[in-house]
Design a protein around this ligand. Structure first.
Ligand code: NAP
Ligand code: F7E
Length: 337
């Protein structure tokens, strides 16, 4: 039986990865910070809360990282914990740099010292491409981050490559494009849309307030992406891989897919700050723009080229963006029954 340690096990990806590894027969350990909700609702939703071993863990504590790696035998270490909300990173640039950048350095240096045989996965991100230098983006595309979050993740990404090349660690970096699910955090745009529309469909009357409707993202399903993480650590050689669908969609179109799933027929009017959407069937306004959700610097377009992951890992995204919007809208609607 293999043993895995997952930082961020209470997050969206942590919960799906824990389920995947438990189903594969792993002994799964995970790091939980002191302020996490004690009942771990995502682990409960996936039926694995009582099948994993939880340990107090904080990314910003060097000695806590050291003791965790010293005390828990582990074949695989998945570093999924992070300050993961791009929008918050401009207000928290120091903390974000510590949690998403320096913590990766501390983990790698401790693994190198105590457990050089442990295989390591780093949660890198398409946000590193930022102001994109190539379309579509692949593993070799030049990085140009546009937020403190993206900048911090570039440090973790390059340090993962450097420890692999310098010390021979089996350290891989997954450059994952946006992936969502019914367990997605409520502040991210997809879940904000599906929660807001579900409430409207259940007789609510507050339009969903959003920012930039023209940004484009390459959205997939988180359950597919954790399979890719695991496959990276099963390779003989560690490497870096893009996981993406290869399809890009505006926020507006994601909104429309979710609204259609809930039986709405949208009439879009206006542009930029005056843009609105109204449901023709009920006459209710369902979307309004609030500039407070605009970002100081935007990532306008992301579209990934997952061909390396397809060819070398045999991985591909199975849920398309319309199916994803339907899945999330239905789950939020059903939860309000
Ligand atoms: P998430 O739902 O926000 O989960 C993040 C996890 O990190 C949570 O368990 C959180 O704990 C934990 N955490 C935050 N600060 C911590 C700290 N100081 N010490 C210890 N744990 C801490 O994020 P996700 O969507 O699952 O993403 C997983 C990873 O992939 C993140 O590193 C993210 O940056 C990266 N990523 C995500 C995407 C995506 O589209 N989802 C794409 C590319 C990369 P609490 O439960 O207490 O909040
Ligand atoms: O924003 C626009 C916003 O916060 C997507 C994280 O998992 O994926 C995620 O980062 C887009 C942006 O995700 C609202 O301006 C419009 O263009 O859902 P998001 P993100 O910033 O792409 C990457 C790959 C990660 O690594 C991150 O950890 O949607 N947008 N209106 C809005 N976004 C939010 N949150 N709220 C709005 O009202």
């Amino acid at each position: 039986m293999k043993t895995a340690f997952i930082t961020g096990i209470t997050g969206q990806d942590g919960a799906y990865l824990a389920k995947l590894l438990v189903d594969k027969g792993y002994e799964v350990h995970g790091g939980v910070r002191r302020i996490s909700q004690p009942e771990s609702p995502r682990l409960e939703a996936l039926g694995v809360a009582d099948k994993v071993h939880l340990h107090e863990f904080d990314l910003t504590e060097q000695n806590n990282i050291f003791r965790t790696i010293r005390d828990i035998p582990m074949d695989e270490f998945y570093n999924l914990a992070a300050q993961s909300f791009v929008g918050a990173s401009w207000e928290l640039p120091v903390y974000t740099s510590e949690a998403d950048g320096m913590a990766v350095v501390r983990i790698l240096d401790t693994l190198r010292t105590l457990r050089p045989e442990t295989r390591f996965y780093q949660a890198s991100t398409s946000e590193m491409f930022g102001l994109v230098q190539e379309v579509p983006q692949k593993e070799t595309t030049r990085l140009y981050p546009r937020s403190p979050y993206g900048v911090a993740k570039v440090l973790g990404h390059h340090m993962t490559m450097n420890f692999r090349e310098s010390f021979g660690l089996h350290a891989s970096s997954g450059i994952l494009f946006n992936h969502e699910s019914p367990l997605r955090g409520k502040e991210f745009v997809t879940r904000k849309i599906t929660l807001g529309l579900a409430a409207l469909a259940r007789s609510g009357d507050k339009p969903v307030e959003l920012g930039n409707m023209d940004a484009k993202r390459d959205w997939g399903f988180a359950g597919d992406y954790v399979e890719g993480m695991w496959r990276m650590l099963q390779q003989d050689e560690a490497d870096d891989y893009v996981l993406a669908t290869g399809v890009t969609t505006t926020i507006r179109d994601f909104f429309t897919f979710a609204a259609e799933e809930l039986g709405m027929d949208l009439d879009w009017q206006g542009a930029a700050e005056t843009e609105t959407a109204t449901d023709r069937k009920t006459g209710k306004q369902v979307m309004k723009v609030n500039p407070k959700f605009y970002r100081p610097a935007e990532v306008d377009l992301l579209i990934g080229d997952p061909s390396k992951a397809r060819d070398k890992l045999g991985w591909e995204a199975r849920v398309d963006v319309r199916g994803l919007a339907q899945m999330m809208a239905k789950a939020d609607y059903d939860a309000l029954a």
